[in-house]
Write a new protein. Structure first.
Length: 227
């Protein structure tokens, strides 16, 4: 039985989505293990969106940066203090000072979910409740470094690239918490110079794009591996 009730949030009560007790995340190779079926989920939301089943090859410098900033962001949302941000203090200080976090209450942070029909797993960055609008908002945090081009202009984030990934998390939420409805998806782009929002109000379009990508991916795997 799902424990989610919007009335608790409307009454300003503290609520967090319960984790899946039968799902484990293995940090060393970024794999998810299902204790019920005693098997590793071969694919992730990221795998489906890339369209490739290539094995994880370890962290890049950008991934290391993202991990540290995500960790500090989570600490801030949980405790009000980001902790040690090391070389990324510029990113973190700008991110946590953004007024968005004063409007939103976390429902789930770094939340691991699995689709046991297709054995696809993923970890959503944050699910929030806006008490002013009574919206449930899925947020994916992206970090990037702004650099100047040959004209001296600062680079910015690339728009419209994240529907499938957001849709994958929406799909996992629907599978695991059927009485929870996501009202809006957002990508929060964090750089050393600023924070930029990208909003995806058509949640069902995001989910549909993911499901199409999932179908294409699985069909490709069946042809490659004849299963």
């Amino acid at each position: 039985m799902n424990l989610f009730t919007k009335s608790k949030l409307q009454k300003n009560e503290t609520f967090r989505l319960p984790p899946d007790p039968n799902l484990l995340f293995r940090e060393k190779d970024h794999r998810y293990f299902c204790k019920i079926h005693k098997r590793i989920a071969p694919w992730s939301i990221s795998t489906i969106c890339r369209g490739s089943s290539s094995l994880w090859e370890g962290k890049t410098a950008a991934m290391e940066r993202g991990d540290i900033i995500h960790l500090c962001w989570n600490r801030f949302l949980e405790t009000g203090h980001p902790g040690n941000s090391g070389a990324y203090s510029d990113w973190v200080s700008i991110l946590i000072d953004d007024p968005l976090w004063k409007k939103l209450k976390p429902i789930a942070l770094e939340h691991e979910l699995i689709d046991r029909t297709f054995f696809i797993a993923g970890k959503l960055d944050g699910l929030f409740y806006n008490s002013e609008t009574e919206e449930i908002i899925l947020i994916d945090l992206k970090t990037f470094e702004q650099v100047k081009d040959e004209k001296g202009e600062w680079s910015t984030y690339k728009k419209g690239r994240h529907r499938k990934q957001l849709g994958g998390y929406v799909d996992l939420i629907h599978i695991n918490y059927s009485d929870l409805s996501v009202d809006k998806c957002m990508v929060v782009h964090s750089s050393q110079r600023g924070v930029f929002y990208e909003t995806y109000p058509d949640v069902e379009r995001c989910r549909a794009e993911y499901q199409l990508a999932r179908r294409a991916f699985i069909d490709k795997q069946r042809k490659l591996h004849a299963f």
